[in-house]
Design a protein around this ligand. Structure first.
Ligand code: GDG
Length: 478
């Protein structure tokens, strides 16, 4: 393993690897799938880069190691810190607050202390691993203090930060007891990236409201002890998917065959409605189920003509809101199936499981209507994955206005999921639209997702961070 310092670093809560045990019982690391990793891997490889992150198990961290030309530097997080930094401050304070407080946020001082401490640990490792003038790209809401902590230790670095979730309006952010610390943490970066222009505006407005700074356009000047005046840029960089890989999976003969099998197994219904989400209260699963039930009650839909498949991937299972949500969703599914299901033919096929990427793509191919109806979502990659899997331009995307993706996928059937009547109407509109209308819409959305893929997202961010050679390099190898 090399001890060379890195000229490009990614700092994220999780490392992009899973620990797997082979047939002989040996444990090893495998690169985990995902758009972010795919986009950044070539840059990391070419730059002999390092990824700093948590390996996912509480307790002491394994030694740093190399995998496929990238150095992975695990950060240790104790069991108590998992509870306070991750489940607590990240997922029970920040997550609900940043998603328009659709669920009650909780603030605890002990959670904040752990958040600060763990952020400092990530920053210290990054500072030790970075070469002179290196570029460091910090990811997401778990690590908002890292930019300023890093700059304090290493003013020579070029620091970028990207927030994958929404950034709330000033009025909501102001509830945060540690609002000044978080804002100053983010302002340690040279570039702060958001999914939507609104989020960047919220952030810039906040610098004025809370710190009395004078944002101009995309920039705000900050005075810290380290420099007379430094410009911080805040802008939107909507994330996307690895479209080419997605399309090639969707074209695999086995995936096509599996999609047909799925339709068959569901009893060859006329319409399959699909939902794929982490089981999270922001995703609007409950509202979607309610709309479906009311449409069955109204006689607008009937089983087995129409069936719904809801994949609800297990998530944050030790956080209280998530336990409660699971109960509520499962109660509603049971109620719908009790009232409208048939022997061997439920109305809702509810799957609280994780699926293989190919099985998921087969589901996308099998679905006539994809329901992506979050109450609030930074982007929502499922919407883009569905679009890219529809190689023949058929299918309909029902999309919440409150998903970041709505800012790009204008041709989706867009709805306000908080308005039950509108949500039901959206389902019916998507269901009864003509093939010509659906194909026109899907073709336009596919074109968009093809052009705006995750590789382009990474290139745009890095070039805005002022990494010209990186820009050239990534153009070659991404
Ligand atoms: C955050 C923001 C933003 C889901 N179930 C399975 C599975 N998935 C994959 C999907 C998709 C990803 O997980 C989920 O991404 P989303 O974007 O929908 O949502 P979050 O997890 O909340 O992500 C979000 C994103 O960050 C990126 O910036 O878009 O707004 O909240 O790729 O396909 N994948 C597999 N099996 C499953 O069962 N293999």
């Amino acid at each position: 393993m090399s001890n060379q310092k890195a000229s490009f670093l990614v700092v994220a809560n999780r490392l992009p690897v899973d620990s797997v045990t082979d047939a002989d019982g040996n444990r090893h690391w495998r690169r985990s799938p995902g758009g972010l990793v795919t986009a950044l891997h070539p840059v990391l490889q070419a730059e002999k880069g390092t990824w700093v992150g948590w390996a996912g198990n509480a307790g002491p961290a394994p030694e740093a190691f190399d995998l496929e030309g990238v150095r992975l530097h695990p950060v240790s997080i104790s069991q108590a810190e998992v509870q306070r930094y991750y489940e607590g401050f990240s997922n029970a304070s920040l997550w609900p607050l940043y998603h328009d407080a659709v669920e009650t946020r909780t603030f605890r001082r002990s959670w904040w202390a752990a958040y600060e401490e763990v952020n400092q640990r990530f920053a210290t490792i990054a500072a030790e691993e970075a070469a002179q003038n290196a570029v460091v790209w910090v990811q997401d809401y778990q690590l908002q203090l890292v930019p300023a902590m890093l700059r304090q230790m290493r003013p020579d670095l070029r620091i970028g930060f990207f927030l994958h979730i929404p950034f709330p309006p000033v009025e909501l952010f102001m509830q945060m007891p540690q609002r000044v610390q978080i804002l100053k943490g983010l302002l340690g970066a040279d570039l702060v990236g958001f999914q939507r222009p609104f989020a960047a505006q919220n952030f810039l407005r906040l610098t004025k409201h809370l710190l009395g700074l004078q944002p101009r356009g995309h920039y705000v000047a900050v005075d810290d002890d380290l420099a007379d005046e430094r410009l911080v840029r805040a802008e939107s960089f909507p994330i996307s998917i690895d479209t080419a890989t997605n399309e090639s999976i969707a074209a695999e003969p086995e995936v096509i065959k599996r999609a047909e099998e799925i339709r068959n197994e569901l009893g060859d219904p006329r319409t399959i409605i699909l939902g794929v989400d982490r089981l999270d209260y922001t995703k609007g699963i409950e509202l979607r189920l309610k709309a479906f039930r009311e449409l069955l009650e109204d006689g607008e839909l009937s089983v087995p003509d129409t069936v719904m498949v809801q994949v609800a991937t297990p998530s944050r299972e030790r956080v209280e809101h998530y336990m409660k949500l699971r109960n509520k969703v499962e109660l509603e599914v049971g109620r719908i199936n009790g009232d409208f299901g048939q022997v061997g033919g439920p109305a809702v096929h509810y799957l609280h499981q994780s699926y293989d990427r190919r099985e998921l793509t087969a589901l996308y191919r099998a679905a006539d209507i994809m329901a992506v109806t979050p109450m609030r979502d930074g982007m929502n990659l499922v919407a883009k994955e569905y679009v890219s899997s529809r190689l023949d331009n058929t299918g309909a995307l029902l999309l919440s206005e409150f998903a970041g993706a709505a800012g790009e996928l204008h041709q989706a059937y867009q709805v306000n999921p908080h308005d039950m009547a509108a949500l039901k109407q959206g389902f019916l509109e998507a269901m009864h639209a003509s093939d010509t209308d659906k194909i026109k819409r899907m073709r336009a959305m596919r074109r968009h997702v093809r052009k705006h893929d995750v590789q382009r997202w990474a290139r745009r961010f890095l070039s805005a961070l002022g990494v010209p050679e990186q820009q050239a390099l990534s153009r070659q190898c991404l």
